[in-house]
Structures are given as C-alpha cells and as structure tokens.
Ligand binder design. Sequence first.
Ligand SMILES: [Zn+2]
Length: 376
Amino acid sequence: MSSLGRTATKDPFTELRSDHGSLISLYVSRPSPGGFTALLTDLLRPIREAAATRSRTVEMSVRADADRIRRLADTFESESAPAYAVFASDADGVFIVEALTHEVADVARLGHRPYLRPLRTRPRDLRAGFIVADRLTARTFVVSGGVVTEIGETLQAEPVKRDYGGFEGNAETAARQRADENAAKLWKEAGQRLLESHQDRPLDYLALGAQSELLEGIARSLHPYLAQLPRVTFPAVPASVTETALRAEASSFDVEVRRNRQAALAGRVCDTAWSGGMAVLGLGPALAAANAQAIDSLVIAGSVVRPGVSCQSCGYLARTGDRCPVCGSDLAPTDDVVADLIEAVVAAGGTVQQIEVASPLDNDGVGALTRFPVTV
Ligand SMILES: [Zn+2]
C-alpha cells in the first residue's frame, strides 16, 4: 500500500527545467519516406509563433532550436526508429534527441518543464507465457514486446510400452490410460517451466496453443498460480509452430488482454468512488488529490487534454487561478494540465494508465484510486 517499496523510474528527462520557459518538447513518429522535414516544420510552427509573443530570450532560443531540430530530418530519415523525442532549450544549453521504440502521437510543446505525457502513457509491454503442445511434445515460450523467447528444449512425453499382457482389450485400455497420464505429466512439466518464469518475473497472461480437444486437459494440468492468469487459446501444433505465428498471436492477444484490464481498472475506480471509497472522479478532484500526494493509481480516459495552471515553486496544480494558495507564488498557465498531473503522480510514487476503451470513466475523463480518503 505504501509507496516506500517502489522506486520511481528515473529517466534523463524528468529533471529538465527551463527558467525562461523556452524548453521545447517534441515527439514525432516516422511519416511516409521523405516526410520528416515537412512534419517537423509543421510541428514547430505554432511553437515559434508562441515564442514570438514571449521574451526576446525565449524567441531567440526557440528560433535556434527550431533550426537545429529541422536539420535532424535527414538523420531521422536514414535511421530506423519508429519515433523520436527531442528536448531543446538553447537558452539553457539543452539539446537531447532520443530514439523511441514505439510510435507516439506527433506533438510539440513549449514550457518550463519537459512534456513527458507521451512517454508516461505509453502502454507497457505485456509478458505472455505460451505453451504449445500435443499429447507427445510440448514447447514453452515467453513473448514480450514482439520478442519470442523459447524456454528450454522441446519436452517429450514418456513413451508407452505395450507389453501389459492379459487380454488384448485390457492391454489396449491400459496403454491408452498410460498415454493419458504421460500427456498430463508432459503438460504439467511445461506449465512448471512457465511457473518458474512467472515467479521470476510475472506473466500477464497465458496462451495455450493446441488442437481444441486437448485444451481442457492442458488447462487442468496447470499450477494454480498459472491457472488464475487470464488465459487465451489458439490452434497450433508444436512441431510446426513458428516465431512469426507466435508473435502474431501475442500481438492480437495483447490488445484483448489490455482492453479487458483497462475496462476492469476504469470500473474499479468508478465503483470505488461511487461507493464512497478511496477514489476521486473528475480532473478537479484528481488535481486536488495530487496536490495532497494522495494518488496511488491515476487513470485517464483517452487522450483528454485540458488547460490549467501550475505553481513553478511548489508544484500546486489547478484548473484556474492566479496565485498559489499554498506558497503565494504566481501560477503559470499550462496547455495540458493533465500532463502536469501525470508528472505529479509519478513524482509521488504513483502509477499512471491512459486507457483506450470506452468506459464509465469517459464522463469524468480522469479518475484515481487514492492512498487515503481525500475530501474535495
Ligand atoms: Zn505554490
């Protein structure tokens, strides 16, 4: 329950600051070939226009950075990353280019602090345990972020000896029974491998690939820890299953598992709030809860963006206001106070999820589970 056991994920960007407010944060995903120059120019135009209404320092800084960022187009074209982030403030001696491993929405912002929402709300890679089996062989894999790792060698069932003697019919029955037992043992052993992997680092779900008549038996042989994970199944045979097929199955299962999980989380936040438990609904209450460092788990419905104000000295956040009620400093306007909220929650050791499924949370846009009751 407490945040003590949690280590906040440190990245090189969190601490970036620009006293002048000249820090550009720019995210760009790979456009069609040859498109980077136009895309960067489009993204930087409103930033330059905004800078023109600010101090001379900001205007000059942004102009220098915009030129330098546009010159990155050729490098971006020739490299292969699906997306890039750039943080730049000439006035503060900052210029950082980061290749990203996932696509992001194209966006550029200007401010005192880095705009990190696209990084914070990126869906985490799921970790899936795969068992692909028939009655004689079983293979186990872990698939995460498009990477397929086979765990151990192919497992073989113990062969059945057919010399039980006695009546012909009895021998047949006994052999079949023994074969069933050996198959169950094989599947259990495969499950044991994934159990070890799960205990090493938790799996998000389990995928069973087999002929449909075997699925029930395989599921029955699972250790209770694995049996309680979300489970998906698909037709496959161990001898011919390919990495490509497993990657494709995982990517569609990931979507399904993620959607179910998001729906459950949104439901939990709403139900908790409605029943008077430790949760808040709506941006205003969530900002108040963040100001009290009360948020354990912040949930944002989609890419909702709302303007607001923030205090540069103490971090107080609100929808509106001129003066900070906590420390008396001037409040600065921010284009996306949801992004500031996200940073406040991460800094206080909470978690953030941006969900893409339709849910009751859509009415409020933002909700949070809190560590203690918050009156708002
Ligand atoms: Zn303040």
